[in-house]
Structure formats: structure tokens, C-alpha cells
Design a protein around this ligand. Sequence first.
Ligand code: FE2
Length: 204
Amino acid sequence: MTHLLPDLPYAADALQPYLTAESFAYHHGKHHAAYVTKLNALLAGHDWASLPLEQLVIEAHAAPQGRAIYNNAAQHWNHWQFWHGMRPPSDDTAVPPALDHLLRKSFGSVATFKEQFVLAGLNQFGSGWVWLTEKDGALAIRTTGNADNPLIRDERALIGCDVWEHAYYIDYRNGRGAFLEAYVDHLLNWDEAARRLTETVIPH
Ligand code: FE2
């Protein structure tokens, strides 16, 4: 199968002023596109060429010779879930009841979750991701370096925010904290996060 760069689920200027069309032109149009192009080149004639993306990420991670394929496949999956995990800024920031309940149980309040999520993202040294994960009904905030993601720990990713510099440098320069605060306060798609409690991240 050929892996494809997915269309954004909104117009490239729909998340302004928090993420600009210029930022998407680079992050989606250049960075994510490059991972997909590289992945397809690495998979040409390969035994793994027909694997669905999630399975490819897990198998390549487990194989010593799979590092280059793993890095590009994982970044493809990571960015796919990142685009769908955001939505245009809205006054309606209500968290669906089932997820709201779990967040309160795990963190005390949604506000405390947001504070801890931003702090975790700030403390991720170098390139990586900050996640809200679920496993067996328990939520956790995780950080991962480079391309790593919750799939390789058999955890469900409800939310995943890119903290590579390329994710925020155009709009926030070195202000990773300001980017993370905008993400949790204005861009997070809570309906998608709640959907992921019961469904796979990537629609097939
Ligand atoms: Fe990225």
C-alpha cells in the first residue's frame, strides 16, 4: 500500500491566530509530507509494504533493522492524530461527560490536567511528544522522545501534542509553553479525544 499525506480536517487558516496557515504550510506540507515520502521509499519492495500503519509502527519498532521505517511510520501516525486532535477555536470547550469523569478521577479537575500536560510538554527535553493516554480505564500524561508514541507501549492515545520545534517555531518562536497553552485552551478537539476512548485513532 502507498501511504498518503492526509488532508487537514479543516482549512489551513482555520486555527488562526493560534496556528497560522504559514505554520501548516511547513508542518503539514513539508515536515509531515517528508515523513510520508521517505516511508514510501523505504517500503518499496519491502515485506512490510502491505501492513496497516499501526501494525507497521509496532512491528518496525520491535525489529532491530526497522529503525528508519519505524521513525517515519511513527511520525506519520503521530502527525495524523495531531491534525485530527485539533479543531478551529470555539466558545464551546465542553469536555464530553465520559472523558470529563475520567479526567476528574485522574487529575482532580480539567484545569489541573491542562496545567500538568503543559508542564510535561515543557519538560520534554529536545524533540518529542506529550500525550494523554488511557489503558484499562486509567489516564496518564506521558512524554516521548523523537518519534516514539503510545502504540509501542500498548496504550491508547487520546491526545497527542507535537513539541518538536518545527511545531511551534513559526508562530511562537522558542515559546513552547505559549504554544502548549494555546493548544489545551483553544485548539484541543475534546470530542475527538473522547471518541478515541472507544475507537482507533486513525479511521480506515
Ligand atoms: Fe511535527
